[in-house]
Each structure stands twice: as structure tokens, then as C-alpha cells.
Design a protein around this ligand. Sequence first.
Ligand code: PLP
Length: 390
Amino acid sequence: MKRIYLDHAATTPVHPKAVKAMSPFFTERFGNASTLYSYGHEAKEAMENARSKIAAFIGAKSSQEIIFTSGGTESDNFAICGIAWANKNKGNHIITTSIEHHAVLNTCKFIEKREFKVTYLPVDEYGLVDPEDVKKAITDKTILISIMQANNEVGTIEPLAEIGKIAREKEIYFHTDAVQSFGHIPINVDELNVDLLSASAHKLYGPKGVGMLYIRKGIKIVPFLYGGEQENRRRASTENVAGIIGFGKACELAAQHTEEESIHLASLRDKLIRGLLGKIEFTRLNGHPTKRLPGNVNVSIKYVEGESMLLKLDGKGICASSGSACTSSILEPSHVLTAMGIPPDVAHSSLRFTLGRENTEYDVNYVLEVLPDIIKELRLISPLYREKRG
Ligand code: PLP
């Protein structure tokens, strides 16, 4: 059976060119980038080359503003705790949203236990944050605003430039979790007035276990890991050289293809959305109709459990998600859909398809061919559906 992968927000396959670029750094060029002989120099040079590519990709002024980490989760933890600890004499208030990834939400919960106060802003029915709410939440104790660029579940793209302008005017640091948007929509840290930005390689056809935190020059941050002097003494531990090379290559490829790829994905996305809404009754689109990531489709197909749909789709060779991959083992309705005002039963019937580079019209047509029958079958045994139909 052909397998159709439609879960690119969970992770992406590593691009063959990134694998090729990484490969020598596992074998003949295996050096530790901190060593002083040629092996070390080779590794260091390749790593700095990757750093420069990533810096250029987001319009950073200097490659020294990029700190490599182990992924998006670490970058989010580092940004929030690092800024909080470095500024605790100035204030103890942080603003975020109720739809952030748990890498941000749980870090906020952690610092709340350490005398910080966190405001979790609401979102509208599409998952959008209102910049006016950000303005209103600011107090003279606010030291950081952390708002994601695009949501991982519903793909809604937040008004970052407007929020960044507010943060800049009030001289408050602005962090964005760009894990889902990085490599998929254009990012310029100056245009967005972003001071710190988290990204992860495995969401843009790079390897897992490597990410980065952009930290604007001049910003004081307390390190998150202590040990050696790597990454300008901001992040100890021997660098994941091969991973970093793969990350750099993935960025280089994204820079070449973001625009055409986004047009391709948006057209597949819109075809899939139209098809699902047209072919399956009691289906609603979750997230913003236009301000959304090019590859994201999130729908609620009422009166059917998300997990049952996933199992049936898997039986047909289709990989999708019923929420964020990181929380799919928890059977609570998604905090994102709940924050958007979607009732728990409708949230439980959500299905997320995230399209990627290798997907074609054939894949979309196949979903549209098999899913209506799966829903018919599942609704036959759904007490809620029978109740609805009388
Ligand atoms: N932030 C967002 C928005 C994500 O979607 C994810 C992963 O899905 C993360 C952070 C965590 O990234 P990582 O898996 O690299 O730790």
C-alpha cells in the first residue's frame, strides 16, 4: 500500500541534499568544533557557514545572533527563562497567549512558581491575537512578550509586526516561537521587531534534535546550560556539528524554494479544504480562512472521534494528526481549539492534515476519495450522530 504522509507539522523527512551535506561530518570529518587541530577547524568552519546561512535567512545582522540548541523546545525554554532571570530586577511580568505550544506554556507555568506573573491572552474564533489586548496587558513590570508566529494546530498566522511595534515602543523584549513558520513563510526579524526567535530544523526538512535561538545583539540573557564555553558561553555542550550542517542546508534549500512551494501547498490546501467541506456534512474549518500556513488544513468532522478517524486513515495508508503530535497521547480536547471557543465534543472531532513538499494532487484526491466513506462508516456507530439524525 502506498503511504501518504500528511503530518509535516509533526516532522518532515530530511531532504536528501541535507543528508548528503551532513554525511561526512559523521565519518571522515567527525571533529569536535572546539578542538585546535585541522579536524576541529573543518567542523568549526562548516558550522559557522551554516550559522551565516541561517542568520541571512531571517535578516539577522550578524551570525553571532544565532545560538544553536537541541530544538524548538530548548529554544523556547532558553528564551523565556533566560530573559526572565536576566531581567528580574526590572520586572516579573510576562505576556503570552493561551494557544502557544507546550514548550512555551509549560515554561511559563514553571516560572510562575518562581515569583513571575504570566498573562495568557485570549484569541478570537480564528485563533488570532488582538494587538490591542497585548497593549492593554502591559504593565510597568512587563519584561517579555512571547507570541508564536504561526500556530502548530490550526496554522493561524499572528499579527507579529503589529505586536512587535508595540513591544518596541514600550521597550519590552519580544520573543516568537517560529518553529512552524520558519522555512514556510518569509521571516525578517527587523520587519517584525522580533528580539528573540525559536526555530527547529526537523520542521523544514532538516534533522531532528537541532534548533536555534536568534538573540538580537546587545540583549542580556542568562545561559540555560552550564559547562564549556561553546556558543559564545551562552549554551554549553559540544555542538551537534552534523545536525547543524543539515539545518544550514535545509535553510539554504528553503530560501531557494519558499515562494513557489508556498503557492503549491496553498493550492493543495485549498483544494483539500473545499473538498472536505463539500463532501462531508457537519464539517467545519478550524483556524483562519486566509491567514494560515500554506500547508495547514484543520477541520472538525462532527459526531466522529478524531482518534477513530486517524486509525481508519492509517488503514488506508494516510498519516494525519488529531491535534499536535506532542499532545496526541493526552485525551483532553486541544487547548488551542478550546481557546478558540470550540466546544469539547467538536474539538474531539478535529483532524489536522499538514501538507509538504512531496505531496501532490493525487494525495489530496485520495483523501477526498476515502475519507467520506470512513466517516459514513464511523457515523453509523456514533450515538451522537444517531441522536442528531433522530
Ligand atoms: N513550538 C512549536 C510551535 C512546535 O510546533 C513544536 C513542535 O511541534 C515545538 C515548539 C517543539 O519543537 P521541537 O520538537 O524541536 O522541540
